[in-house]
Design a protein around this ligand. Sequence first.
Ligand SMILES: NC(=O)c1ccc[n+]([C@@H]2O[C@H](COP(=O)([O-])OP(=O)(O)OC[C@H]3O[C@@H](n4cnc5c(N)ncnc54)[C@H](O)[C@@H]3O)[C@@H](O)[C@H]2O)c1
Length: 447
Amino acid sequence: MRISVIGVGYVGLVSGACFAETGNNVICMDIDAQKIERLKEGEIPIYEPHLEEIVKENLKEGRLEFTSSVEEAVAHGFIVFVAVNTPQDEDGSADLRYVLTVARDIGRCIEKYRIVVIKSTVPVGTCEKVRDVIGTEIKKRGLDIPFDIASNPEFLKEGMAVDDCMKPERIIVGSENSRVEEILGELYSPFVRTGAPFIGMDLRSSEMTKYTANAMLATRISFMNQIANVCDRVGADVMKVMRGIGSDSRIGPKFLFPGVGFGGSCFPKDVRALIKTSKDFGYDFSILQQVMDVNEMQKVLFLDRIRAFYGNDLKGKKFAVWGLAFKPNTDDMREAPSVYVIDELTAEGAACYAYDPKATETAAAALKDCGPVRFGKNQYEVLEDADGLILLTEWLSFREPDFDRMKSLMKGLVIFDGRNQYNPKTLARLGFQYLCIGRPHRESAHE
Ligand SMILES: NC(=O)c1ccc[n+]([C@@H]2O[C@H](COP(=O)([O-])OP(=O)(O)OC[C@H]3O[C@@H](n4cnc5c(N)ncnc54)[C@H](O)[C@@H]3O)[C@@H](O)[C@H]2O)c1
């Protein structure tokens, strides 16, 4: 099939490359001309495992092309996916200006029947808005060109995006007629061969499904963070509790890890957008407000622990920071807890020497307004003379570090672990003070 993807970010680039990988003829379009030029050379602007291989391979095979011309994209694709960003607006709602700009652009240059598929995460009713905007633009041109609109929310996880895209757990398609659902079913058939469900529904239910999924996952995380805070007080170990409840099939083991709070480009903005949509429709979605408040508080509590450890005086302290991206296997710094933590530490007179396996470049931009932050080339370099280590992203290379080497480099043998990566008993034996989330600091016979 001839496919176009408008908006070449984490979602658009991965989706475009995966559609090409299954034999489709794909053009990806973005207004960022510099990004497009780099992509034409096979240079990938983001870090995402396996993405580079499939982009390069499909470029070489001629199944994947890049352009900054929206006319070219709309002329090419029988199906035109819209995957532009929908950031948070000032009032918490989703800022739809990029989606609606694309809708106007499509309406201005569409020449024959197209299926326009909204892949961006958009509030309920947006697909209908997009349909109206395209229709108005066509009318302004004195033409009557048929087109259909569909909603196809994306559920990929950054850091596993290619895998998730090639082997989705389900495909959701919202549409207004069964022919569109059938065509998209055909496009997705190679992706759901192993039995993942293809679920067709109406536009509004599809839009709502995406927000519901993210809101539910964010709620699990905030819930577990509060359980961890109670564990801390009552002397229980949240990691054991997590295993205990995760084996219950009604609960399941995923998205139960407590930590320093969720970040990223989706959960915070999507939860806030759902709160706002609910409010606009006269409903107070109170649980979700709590989910966000708990998430903010989690970062504060973590910092308070660091402050308290040093008698509330961080002036002149030197911290090594392991991990900056909002989660492992990505370079995405959007709403990463590291920004808050480093900003606060440096504002109180501490210096941070940070290392992230992939996010140094994006972190340098995200942390540019903070106080003194330097970036190391490896995880050990940043430990030299550090008064403490702060772990914020659970990259694999931090899991089994060389503790003896760490001891020889650090001035203060203390680890503040925002991701519960280590065994408290082992670290105590090694001579480290270890402050983590929701686990007792006393010895236990059950370690
Ligand atoms: N990142 C994720 O993990 C993820 C997962 C699921 C859904 N989503 C949703 O998918 C959408 C895209 O997210 P993303 O992370 O890929 O965003 P992104 O910021 O990485 O990329 C968006 C791209 O759209 C381009 N763009 C903006 N306006 C444009 C226009 N008028 N014409 C052409 N290109 C334009 C930007 O230049 C940018 O390259 C968002 O709605 C997001 O909520 C994201």
